[in-house]
Structure formats: C-alpha cells, structure tokens
Design a protein around this ligand. Structure first.
Ligand SMILES: Cc1ncc(COP(=O)(O)O)c(C=O)c1O
Length: 361
C-alpha cells in the first residue's frame, strides 16, 4: 500500500471484546444465552434514567450540550468536588486514550500491572510509549514494586483498584506507604471502574487523596454498577488545570444526549445503587461457596466478577460453556491460561453458570 501507516498502529492488535449474545445465538443456533463476560450490570439501570430516555427521543436531531453541564454538576454534587474538576467522555476507555494523548510522547515509559485492564497498554503504545509491566503478587497489584520501577522516563502509573480481571484491591495502608515515593512528574491514574461494588474495609477512595496530589486522576464509569454500558459514558476527576488540558483533547460532543441525560439521573439514584451492591454481594458469596465446594482457587473480589482457577485449558472450557449458552471471559485473553473471569449475574444466571461448569469439569 502506498499510504504510510504509523508504526505504532502496525504494532497494535484489535481489542477482543466479550462475544455479544446475538452472535452466539446466531452462530450456535441457541435461543437462551447469558453473558457473564463483560462485567455488565444484570439488574439494568435506574428506572428514573429509563423514563427520562423515553422522553427525549424528539430531541435527537440536536447536538447535545458540549459542556455536559447537568451531568458534570450532578457528579460534582454527589462526589463533593468542584464542577471544574470533572471531565467526561465516551466511556472511561476513551478517557484512558485522552490521558495518553495528553501525556505520552515516543519513548516515554508507563507502569502497569502484568494482568490488568488491557486498554492502558494499547493507549500507551498508540502514542509510541513503552509499557513496563510488573508481575502480580497473590493475584493483586504489587504496588510497591510498581513504584520501584519509576525512573525519569516514567510518565504514567496505572493503579486499577479494584483490578480487572482479578477483582483484587490494595488497602489504604499499602497505598499510603507507596504514595510518598511517587515523584510529581509521574501522573497517578486511579481507575476505579468498580468502586461501587467494593466490600473490603480500608479501601483507599482516591477522591480522599486528590486535593493533596495534583498529579492524581480518578477514573470512573457508568458502564458497571450504573448499568449504562451501551450509552458509553465515563468520567474523571482531576485538578482544574489537568481537566483544562484534557478538554482540549476530548471531542465537544463525545457524550451524546442519551448518555448525558441517563447518567445525570443515574448518579443521583442511590437506592438503585444499594440494590445492585446488595445483590452483587449475595451473588459473589454464592459463587465463592460453590468454588469452595468444587475445590477451585479464586481471588477475593471487590468487583462484580470473580477470577477463578479452573485448572484446565480455558479455550476448550470457553467453547463448551458457549455451546451451553453461557459466555465467560477465557484466560487466554487475560494472559492467564487456566483462570477465567466470570461476571456476577442474577442469582438465576449464577446458578446456571455453576451447573454448566460442574457438568463440564
Ligand atoms: C478497569 C476498567 N477500566 C475502564 C473500563 C472501561 O469502561 P467504559 O469504557 O465502559 O467506561 C473497564 C471496562 O471493562 C474496566 O474494566
């Protein structure tokens, strides 16, 4: 081809997302399929958000508010931060890219866990940066070793807490111990996509730190506990100065009308969030009990999924579960050939997954 593609693009793979239910139905001729592969919320979203969505269809012909005023105001109010500290885009996935677009130049280093959300690596590489991947410690982030890897080339350190795909968290005292060792030329990204599900005590909510660390950013999403994954809306909290730079990169209309409207209401619906938290906790305990009785090792999770060692080739297991209408996240896509990640579903879905897993194993 005569066109010259950037070398960073040539070296990138395409992200392999969880298989959609429609594809599995079509390919395998099944009519009852459940998806426990992408950590979506099986309880849907806030009724208030749903009702509002129905009412705005006639406004579809207009561009949405480029300033995301109501959404940012509601986020700021709920989280007790200033409106100017909030930035939003098309899922926190897009914000990861925005952060890398803003900071990473060719040859810059970025530190992340070996087994973590793969979009950090892709976004760093897209900008010509180099990823330093730090091995896991008991399935969790080895934050001490991650911080030890910082040098003058380091631009960003990614703390995914709870970590995807392991579900593990580090606690306040572990975090406090390493924070003072991070120099202020390093951006600290706290990806808290699953924070609403955390059950562990002493979890370090990054918003408690952000005013003391102008080099820290919090990333959160409406895709998980708020149940709005299809609308694609994520947000971040940072210093006003950083937000000013990010807003130069974020597209003016990235968050569409439906996303802004639903998310602005969802963040206010604490009753819905509590229901989701309770049901997720119940589902998690059910899965732990079942894995215990099967003698399977798992990582203690603070998220809406469990990372479990099935002690078998997960490519085969994935196919077998698929034929039975259950979609999970297989280990070969996570870098852990014998472990799978299963999202916590409704109790009915959890029971169905366990039944099929037992049958297969
Ligand atoms: C840790 C983590 N961060 C960010 C995201 C991106 O979420 P979204 O782009 O839907 O906001 C995900 C999605 O799975 C995730 O697991």
């Amino acid at each position: 081809m005569a066109l010259k593609i950037r070398k960073e693009i040539l070296n990138l793979g395409v992200y392999k997302a969880g298989k959609p239910i429609s594809e599995v139905k079509r390919e395998l001729g099944l009519d009852d399929v459940i998806k426990l592969a992408s950590n979506e919320n099986p309880f849907g979203c806030s009724q208030k958000a749903k009702d509002a969505l129905r009412g705005i269809v006639d406004e579809s012909y207009m561009y949405p508010d480029a300033g995301n005023f109501q959404l940012k105001s509601n986020i700021a109010e709920e989280l007790n931060v200033r409106h100017e500290q909030v930035f939003c885009s098309t899922g926190s996935d897009a914000l990861i890219k925005v952060i890398c677009n803003t900071f990473i130049e060719e040859g810059d280093e970025s530190i992340m866990a070996e087994i973590t959300f793969p979009r950090y690596e892709a976004s760093v590489k897209l900008m010509g940066g180099k990823c330093i991947k730090v091995p896991m410690k008991n399935n969790g982030l080895d934050i001490e070793e991650m911080v030890n890897c910082i040098n003058e080339k380091t631009k960003i350190i990614w703390f995914c807490n709870p970590n995807n795909p392991t579900g593990t968290t580090f606690n306040k005292s572990e975090f406090n111990k390493v924070l003072s060792k991070i120099p202020d030329h390093v951006l600290i990204v706290m990806d808290e996509a699953y924070i609403e599900y955390v059950t562990s005590e002493n979890f370090p909510d990054s918003l408690d730190y952000i005013s003391d660390y102008p080099n820290m950013i919090t990333l959160r999403t409406f895709s998980k506990a708020y149940g709005l994954a299809s609308l694609r809306v994520g947000y971040g909290i940072a210093s006003e100065e950083l937000v000013g730079y990010f807003n130069r990169v974020i597209g003016p209309f990235d968050v569409n009308l439906y996303a802004q409207t639903a998310a602005a209401l969802a963040i206010k619906d604490n009753e819905f969030l509590q229901m989701v938290y309770d049901k997720n906790k119940e589902g998690k305990e059910y899965l732990y009990n079942e894995f215990d009785s099967m003698g399977l090792e798992y990582a203690v999770s603070d998220a809406n999924f469990v990372f479990v060692n099935v002690e078998t080739d997960t490519v085969q297991l994935f196919d077998n579960l698929l034929k039975r209408g259950v979609i999970i996240r297989p280990g070969h896509l996570l870098g852990t050939p014998e472990w799978i990640r299963v999202s916590i579903g409704t109790m009915e879905q959890n029971k169905r997954f366990i039944k099929e897993l037992k049958d297969i194993l």
